[in-house]
Design a protein around this ligand. Sequence first.
Ligand SMILES: NC(=O)c1ccc[n+]([C@@H]2O[C@H](COP(=O)([O-])OP(=O)(O)OC[C@H]3O[C@@H](n4cnc5c(N)ncnc54)[C@H](O)[C@@H]3O)[C@@H](O)[C@H]2O)c1
Length: 729
Amino acid sequence: MSNAITLKKLDSGIMLVTIDLPGSKMNLLSESVLIELNDAIDQIESDTSVRGVIIASGKEDNFGAGANVEEIQALQSQPAERIYEAVKKGRAIFARLEKLNSIAAVHGISLGGFTELGLACKYRVATSDDKTQIGVPEIMLGFIPGWGGTVRLPRLIGLANAFPLISTGKQVPAKKAWKLGMVDEVVDREKLLSRAEEILLSGSPRRYKPSMKEAATRSFFDGVGKGLFASLAAKQVYAATRGKMPAPMEALKVCVKAVSGDREAAFEAESQAFARLATTQVSRNLVAIFFAQTESKKMPEGAKPAVKVQTVGVLGAGVMGAGIAQSAAYKGFKVILKDINQEALDKGMAAIGKLFDELVERKKLSRSDADGMLANITPTLHYEEMADCDLVIEAVAEVMKVKKIVRGELDKAIKKPYVFATNTSSLSVGEMAEGHDDGKVKVDPARHPELVVGIHFFNPVHKMPLVEIVRGSTTSAEALACAKAFALKLGKTTVTTNDAPGFVVNRILAPYMLEAIRMAQEGVPMADIEKAAKNFGIKMGPFNLLDEVGLDIAGHVIDTLYGALGERMARPAILEDLDALKLLGRKGGRGFFLYKPDGSRVSVMEGKAFRKKKVYVFNPDVLSAIAKRTGVNKKTEGEIQDRLFLAMVAEAARCMEENVIDDPAQLDLAMIFGTGFPPHVGGVLKWADSTGTKLVCQKLDWLSKVAGANYAPCELLRDKASTNEPFVG
Ligand SMILES: NC(=O)c1ccc[n+]([C@@H]2O[C@H](COP(=O)([O-])OP(=O)(O)OC[C@H]3O[C@@H](n4cnc5c(N)ncnc54)[C@H](O)[C@@H]3O)[C@@H](O)[C@H]2O)c1
C-alpha cells in the first residue's frame, strides 16, 4: 500500500480525496495508488450521505505526472495479454469513478493517467496558474492513453480537438483547456477547492460557450465529416512519422470509434491497442529514452552547483551569444552581453529583440513581459560591467588564444568566484584554463581552473533542445553541476561529455554529412540520398542539414575534426569545386538547395493531377559541378542508409571506446535531441544493438573495403560483435 490517498468528509457532505504519493515530488498513478483509489471508491459508495467527491492533489505544484513509467517498463517484457489485463483493471476503476458525482480539482501539471482520471470525473476545475498544464503525452512513449482517455477526450471535446492533443502529446494551459471544453471552469488557485465543492453541489460550472462556428465544426467532424477527418489526419500522421510510429494511427482509429457511437467497443479497442503498442520495440525504445532523459537531469556525483546563478555574462553578441543571452533573459536571468564591436552588439540586440517580438506574436509572452526581459539584458563594450556575473559564457571567435584572452580579462574584472563556461564547438575546455605567453600576449592561468567548464549550445539556441555540458581536465563536479543546473533552467536537455574534439554530437554527425557528400561525389543522386535519410526517420536529410548549419560553419567543424581525428574526417574533393561557388546554405540563399528571400526552400509541384507532391529544388550549380566529375551511380535505399547511418555507428562506437561519454544511453539521447536522429529506433547505438552488433561489424568491414577506411570498426565494436553483445542493453 502506498498510503497516497486520504479521505476527508467536508461539512457539506462532499468527500475530499487527496492524492499525495509519499516520498515523491510528483504524484504517480502506480498500481498501488490505483488499488487505494478503488478502496476509496468502496468506502464512498458505502456511505450514502456522501453528496459528491473532489479529487485533489496534496502536492505543491502538480496534480499528477501520469502512470509510473517504471511499472510500464516492467510490463513491457510481458506478453500483450498480460498488459491488456493490467490496463483493463485500471479502466474498470475509472469506470467506477465515472458513476459518482465527482470533480477533479487540478492545479499544476496534469499528465497522462491523471488527465484520464480527471476525464473520468463528472467535472473538472483547473487553476489559472501558469503551472497548470494539461495533456496526455503517452504517444511520446509509443502508446496511447489506456485508461479511457483516448475515448473520453474525443467524446468530450470532439474528434478534431482531441486527436491533435493525443497524437502529439502536447500540453495545454488551463484557459486553453477550458476553451476546448476539457475543463469546466478555471479559477484562482485559492478558490480551487471551495469552487469545486460549489460546482458539485450546484451542478452548474461556468463553462466556455463555443461560438456557432466552433459548435458547427465540431458536430461536422464528429458526424458526417468523421471519415474526411480520418483520411486527412492519417495523411498528416504518415507525413510526420513516415509510418515508423504505429501509435498515432492506432490513436486515430480509437478516437474515430469513440465518436461513432459504441462507447464500450471503443474502450475495448483502446485497451487492445494499448497492449499491442506497449509491447512494440518502438515503445520500448521510447520508454528507454524517457529514462535516459530522467537520468540526464541528475547532478554529477550529487554535487551542488558551485555558485548560485542570478546574473549571466555572455561574451560575444554574434549568432550564438545573442541566442544564449535571449534564452537566459527569457528564463528570468539578468544578462550582461559584451562584445568588442558596437555594430556587432547592436546587431545582436536587434536579433534578440526580434526573437522576443516573435514570442509576443505567437502569444507566448505579453508585450510588457517581453519588454521587461529585453530590458534585463545590458549590452556593453566594457568588462567592468560584468563584475557581478555569477556565470559567464563565452561565445567569441573559435580561436584558443582569443578565448584565453577573454578568460584572463574576466579574471581581472570579476573578483568573486564565478563559473567560466565556453561555448566552443571544438577546442579543448581544459586548455582554456591554462595561461598563454607568445612573447606578445600574456594571459595568466585561470584563477579558479576548477570553475572552467564547457556549455555547448546548438544553433539556433532558442530552438535546439540539447546542450552538451563538457567536463574539462580541471572542471570540478560543482562547476559541472552549475552549468547543468543553468541549462536545465533554460529548459534544455543536457548530456555530459568529456573534453574531446567535437564532443559527441558534432563528432558523430560529421560522418553523416561527409558520407552524403562522398556518395553525391560518386554519382548517387542527391535526391535519393535525401529521401533515403528521411525514410530512415531522421528529421533532416544531410543536404538540408548542411544548408541549415551553414556551409562555412560545417566546413570549419569538419576541418577541426580532420585536424584532431585524421583522414576519416577529410573534406571530400568535390567540396573544392563547391568552394568556388561560394555557397553558404540557407543564410546565403544558396546551398545544396535554393532559398527564397524569406528563407524557405524553393520547391516545385511534381506528379499527376491529384497526386502532386512538393519537391525541393537542388541548386543546379551543385548538380552540374557533380555531373562534371562523375556519371549517375544509383544505389538502393538500404545501401544509402547503411552508408549514412553505419558511418555514425562506427564513430559512436569510437566515442565509447575513447570514453568521450560514459553512458551509451546518454550518447543516444544526445543524438536524438541534438540531431533529430529517429527516436523510434532508440538512438545510434540502440539501432546498432537492434541490428545486432555482429551484423553491424560485418557490414562495416565490408564498407571499409568498398567505400572507405573510415568505416573500419574499432576494437570495442569488434569485441561486442564477437558475442553479439549490445552497447545499451
Ligand atoms: N554558429 C554555430 O552554429 C555554433 C554552434 C555552437 C557553437 N558555436 C561556437 O560559438 C562561438 C561563437 O560562434 P558564433 O557563430 O556566434 O560566432 P559569430 O562570429 O557570429 O560571433 C562572434 C562574436 O564575438 C565577438 N567577439 C570577438 N572577439 C571578442 C572579444 N574578445 N570579446 C567579446 N566579443 C568578441 C565578435 O564581434 C562577434 O560578434 C564559437 O566558439 C563557435 O565555435 C557556434
